[in-house]
Ligand binder design. Structure first.
Ligand SMILES: [Zn+2]
Ligand SMILES: [Zn+2]
Length: 390
């Protein structure tokens, strides 16, 4: 029987796991119930389970045959601070917390693959199942890496998967190279000299300097980033002053930068520092730039993307594998794992229709119809990459 046929009977069980996790969402680094559920399931399948990797992360290892090669498969477990608008039976039981990004589904699919592989063992080598905490901007991937993830659980390649609303169930999307943007947040503090609102000659207007900096920053993407590459620089916060008759001494600007390569991100950062300082100086003020990377760009290894696409094609046919999906300007912290180990991040269709709205929406729900296909992807990937001796 094919892997997909063998996984199909696990559909009801994976659905039950997924809905249980959906009903009990937990924010990043607080996934204690979820991590416990995951660890217990993995132990019951007979895997060697390690809890507390990167605080609330779980890693389980499965060995088969005599092979020494190893692969990593990763799912994320955290929910978001969103109040769920859905009214179905498995809606969130935790006020203000919701699985609005489908990490409940990702966890259930990887559990399904673990269960199948532990039972069938049609491979030779080691598979590390990585259940990551805190993907939603809190640094869960970096916490696991700092905790020795790849030293304790060496992987020759690593694979992750995210659902994509708007892509039909039964379809995959995968591309070589950049897949999702890297992201940074910034704050710029402008210091001038406070004065009476009617006596500008006695002060240095921090508000005016900040306004000019906000305008000048827009020249960076337009004039410094090569046109065939891309970046976003959004000033999303400007604060200055408290009174009608006081020229403010301080002003602050804040916002976000997104780009698909570290080179472009560094170029934008350098240009921002130059523009902010130079513009402030032109007004007799000073500017300090605090630029903080929050996500690396998610970049797929070309050979691993080709391999992942081959597995997808085997499962659903070439017509259902989008090899040139649009780039996603949002970010994903699996990127930090991909910077350590070659691998690939793919998208699985979540479909359209009721509950199939974009992720991070209060009406979102992971589509249970996608569960067997996602589990089959992980399972086939292992069987094809670590073949059992004939
Ligand atoms: Zn998300
Ligand atoms: Zn997500």
């Amino acid at each position: 029987m094919s892997t997909a046929e063998l996984i199909a009977p696990l559909h009801a069980e994976m659905t039950a796991w997924r809905r249980d996790i959906h009903a009990h969402p937990e924010l990043g680094f607080n996934e204690s119930r979820t991590a416990d559920l995951v660890a217990r399931k993995l132990e019951s399948f007979g895997l060697e389970v390690h809890r507390g990797v990167g605080r609330t992360g779980v890693v389980a290892s499965l060995r088969a045959g005599s092979g020494h090669r190893s692969l990593g498969l990763r799912a994320d477990m955290d929910a978001l601070p969103i109040t769920e608008a859905n009214t179905f039976a498995h809606r969130s039981q935790h006020d203000g917390v919701m699985h609005a990004c489908g990490h409940d589904g990702h966890t259930a699919m990887l559990l399904g693959a673990a269960r199948y592989l532990a039972k069938t063992r049609r491979f030779s080598g080691v598979v590390h199942f990585i259940f990551q905490p805190a993907e939603e901007g809190l640094g869960g991937a970096r916490a696991m890496i700092a905790d020795g993830l790849f030293e304790r659980f060496p992987c020759e390649a690593i694979f992750g998967m995210h659902n994509r609303p708007s892509l039909m169930v039964g379809r995959f999307a995968v591309r070589a190279g950049p897949m999702m943007a890297g992201g940074a947040f910034f704050d710029i503090s402008v210091t001038g000299k406070g004065a009476h609102g009617a006596r500008p000659e006695a002060g240095v207007d921090a508000a005016l300097a900040a306004a000019q900096i906000a305008v000048s920053l827009q020249s960076i993407v337009a004039r410094n980033v090569p046109p065939v590459q891309t970046a976003v620089l959004s000033v999303t916060r400007i604060h200055a002053g408290d009174a009608y008759n006081v020229i403010p001494q301080m002003a602050t600007l804040g916002g976000t930068v997104r780009a698909f390569s570290r080179d472009v991100m560094a170029l934008v950062e350098g240009a921002m520092r130059r523009v902010a300082r130079g513009t402030a100086e032109a007004f007799g003020a000073t500017a300090e730039v605090d630029f903080r990377e929050s996500f690396a760009p998610t970049v797929n290894d070309a050979a691993e993307a080709e391999f992942a696409a081959r597995i997808c094609t085997e499962l659903v046919g070439a017509d259902n594998v989008d090899r040139q999906p649009r780039l996603i300007m949002a970010s994903e912290d699996f990127s930090y794992m991909l910077e350590r180990v070659p691998g690939c991040y793919i998208n699985i269709g979540n479909g359209t229709g009721e509950g199939r709205c974009e992720v991070h929406n209060p009406s979102y729900d992971f589509n249970d119809a996608a569960l067997p296909l996602g589990a089959a992807f992980f399972a086939r990937l292992v069987e094809a990459r670590l073949p059992a001796a004939a």
